[in-house]
Design a protein around this ligand. Structure first.
Ligand SMILES: [Fe+2]
Length: 381
């Protein structure tokens, strides 16, 4: 068994009253200037909540995020606002991009170096500002991972900043905040979370501890995502998908994702396709490519999704891939690259861009070369 380090938030709350407990945590802290980074679509819901703070010496500063796929320069603007507010407590309320930035703001408010200097593993080292995450989507798993992903403006590629100090102190999941998420975003984000679990479970560096989170996440998401899409106000389904996404995030630190994410990245950076949709478009095709190297693992995934044990691991695994295709169909999303603004001639450059994501490709159960990536994209077209 290889060495492993797992960090977890100190507190996890999954409840319709989660935000009341968050206010208690802030009230009981020594915070004076709380910086709330949030998505515009939840800002109106969040602001009245913070009026419930009883300590009158606490000031709350709201900052609206710039939307999906934030860049280094977006971060530079936000950190200036956080410093101007003399921030000593950061709350991120939003999807994965908002939470990633909130994590970095908390860790780098007192830093002197540019954000680009922290790209990589373990370069931040310390955080002395409290950090709380309130996820309003169930996908990225940022709330339970030590990762933050931003686009580097200099080469338009996604860069990962990974550090234990980016793990929040508290995670507060309120299903009523997630209930208003439209079906399409519920589907994209849920399939992203499912992909985290699948890629961590069938991974060159898979680990027994992470396997537990990954398989449970696969179960929770595959059995409840359809319900959350059909009825956004099904709070039990919302909680279960949120917990599945949280488990997916737990997989990202110690094991991380692999070729699905590596091949999905160019779809986001070049064509601005949502991260979850990018993954869903490629997921079955990468699994088919990987199958010969991971039949037993994929068979276990199939069983976790509710499949039957068939005569061989291969047959059971193929059934699992069919179940994933069925789930994607049920989510009502595109299933082919040709349904988007992508031309077949773009595939070669996409493969070249994907080859740069070696930090994830090295995790893949089967080696992926440029030509293999081209074939996978062509199959998915
Ligand atoms: Fe992802």
């Amino acid at each position: 068994m290889q060495d492993i380090v797992i960090n977890q938030p100190k507190k996890l709350v999954i409840s319709e009253t989660a935000l009341n407990l968050l206010l208690e945590q802030i009230d009981q802290s020594n915070a004076q200037n709380v910086f709330v980074l949030t998505d515009p679509h939840v800002a109106d819901k969040i602001k009245p909540v913070f009026n419930g703070l009883t300590s009158k010496s606490i000031r709350v500063f709201y900052h609206l995020s710039t939307g999906a796929e934030p860049s280094f320069s977006d971060f530079d603007q936000i950190i200036l606002a956080a410093r101007a507010a003399k921030t000593d407590f950061v709350v991120g309320v939003g999807g994965g991009s908002v939470l990633d930035i909130a994590k970095l703001v908390a860790a780098l408010t007192n830093a002197t170096e540019p954000i680009s200097n922290y790209v990589g593993n373990g370069l931040i080292k310390s955080r002395n500002i409290s950090l709380v995450c309130v996820p309003t989507t169930s996908g990225a798993g940022s709330e339970s991972s030590p990762n933050a992903i931003l686009i580097d403006d200099s080469d338009n590629s996604k860069k990962g900043i990974i550090d234990a100090v980016l793990m929040p102190d508290g995670v507060y999941i309120d299903p009523t905040l997630i209930a208003s998420l439209p079906p399409s975003i519920t589907a994209y984000t849920g399939l992203d979370a499912l992909t985290h679990c699948i890629e961590a479970f069938a991974n060159k560096f898979a680990h027994p501890v992470v396997d537990v989170y990954a398989l449970e996440g696969i179960k929770l998401i595959s059995q409840n995502l359809g319900k959350a899409i059909a009825n956004g106000n099904d709070l039990e389904a919302r909680k279960k998908v949120a917990l599945g996404a949280y488990y997916g995030g737990m997989c990202l630190g110690p094991v991380n994702t692999a070729a699905v994410h590596a091949l999905a990245y160019p779809l986001g950076t070049k064509f601005k396709i949502a991260h979850g949709l990018s993954n869903a478009l490629l997921l079955p095709f990468v699994l088919e490519y990987n199958l010969e190297a991971a039949e037993s693992r994929y068979a276990q995934i199939s069983l976790a999704m509710g499949g039957e044990a068939l005569d061989s691991d291969r047959e059971t695994a193929l059934q699992g891939i069919a179940l994933i295709r069925k789930l994607i169909r049920e989510c009502g999303m595109p299933s082919r690259l040709s349904e988007l603004e992508i031309q077949l001639k773009d595939v070669d450059q996409m493969a070249a861009d994907a080859m740069l994501i070696q930090r994830l490709l090295k995790n893949n159960v089967r080696e992926v070369q440029h030509g293999d990536a081209v074939t996978i994209y062509q199959n998915a077209y």
